[in-house]
Design a binder for this molecule. Structure first.
Ligand code: C5P
Length: 327
């Protein structure tokens, strides 16, 4: 039964004494029971019946059998029943059922209780009030990673350079920055309290030594040059402050000697792993919705992945982090 395989949770609300007895005995004479028997997901029940039916030992035995099989049985509160009797047997209030579902999902996620920091997008380094040095990073990969970490229960801070993307997830705290220096400040503030950091931003390596206060006029003749100074390497700064309980993952976008260069960056920036995406791969890199990655561990082990949507690539990266941080 496709439905039983598809769901993340099966809730039967209300469930009658008759259906409870069929679940306990393994009967399969209707659609609901067939779905229940083939379900691979957890099951939650909200019984609703008259007082005497609820307290009958046959019903209570059925409930015990189902609980022993790992099924969650919600309370049936006391109150006025359809028969006019007063006592236990009412279906749990819908708000309480919704709370139970929320608790179920939040307390069963692998990254519940962990904090994560993600960087995304480009940085813009201002030349004057109307011009900047930037790059083609869209922010898609970093936003997808923030979403995937949040889906697994992490409390996420996303520091993003200028991007057209919107954050629609209320559980992700988005800090918008423009320049590398602003990104650095936001990351240094967040880093001491986070467990997992993923740096997917394409940070500008240089910035103009001076940002002009007014628009620079075109020179009448000859060449024009801008004096550039290096930006701080944000991930390297965080890497040197990293403790044993913090996991730091970087990105590398290489055009030649990709794996060798990525391995060197793990050491020079004190990373736990690096995600390598080569610009040579069709469908990988800036702007597009897909990516093809390899992840290199600090012990130089390489895990290669197929070309996938950035959302699926983000899930792969987060699954990888979960396996490496739950030892
Ligand atoms: O050295 P490279 O720029 O190739 O390193 C890429 C990794 O370093 C990415 O994770 C990127 O987000 C991070 N980075 C950074 N600050 C910089 C440059 C790169 O955090 N100034």
């Amino acid at each position: 039964m496709e439905l039983g395989l598809w769901g993340d949770l099966m809730l039967i609300a209300p469930i009658t004494a008759n259906t409870l007895s069929k679940l306990a005995s393994g009967a399969c004479d209707n659609f609901l029971l067939a779905t229940f028997l083939s379900a691979k997901c957890p099951v939650m029940l909200a019984p609703a019946m008259d007082l005497d039916m609820y307290s009958n030992s046959a019903t209570q035995d059925n409930l015990d059998v189902l609980k022993k099989r790992g099924i969650t049985v919600l309370d049936s509160p006391s109150g006025e029943l359809a028969s006019g009797l007063c006592g236990k047997g009412r279906m749990e209030e819908p708000e309480e059922i919704a709370n139970a579902i929320e608790d179920f999902f939040t307390s069963n996620k692998p990254l519940t209780g962990r904090k994560a920091l993600v960087t995304a997008g480009p940085t813009y380094e201002n030349i004057d009030p109307v011009r900047f040095i930037g790059n083609y990073s869209s922010g898609k990969m970093g936003f997808a990673i923030a979403e995937a970490l949040s889906n697994q229960g992490a409390q996420v801070t996303l520091v993003s350079g200028p991007s057209a993307l919107q954050n629609t997830n209320p559980d992700i705290k988005l800090i918008k920055v423009t320049s590398a220096l602003e990104m650095m400040e936001a990351c240094e503030n967040a880093f001491p309290t986070v467990n997992i950091t993923v740096m997917a931003a394409a940070v500008s390596d240089y910035r103009p030594r001076v940002t002009a206060d007014s628009k620079i006029k075109r020179e009448k003749k000859g060449a024009f040059s801008i004096d550039l100074i290096p930006n701080p390497d944000i991930i390297k700064t965080l890497g040197s402050a990293k403790t044993d309980s913090q996991y730091l993952l970087g990105f590398a976008l290489e055009t030649n000697n990709a794996e060798e260069n990525a391995k060197k960056k793990i050491i020079s920036k004190n990373l736990d792993a690096i995600v390598l995406n080569s610009l040579k791969e069709k469908g990988a890199g800036f702007g597009v919705d897909t990516n093809k990655i390899s992840i290199i561990d600090s012990d130089n082990k390489i895990t290669r992945f197929e070309l996938k949507s950035k959302a699926d690539v983000a899930s792969d990266i987060v699954d990888f982090i979960i396996t490496r941080t739950s030892k």
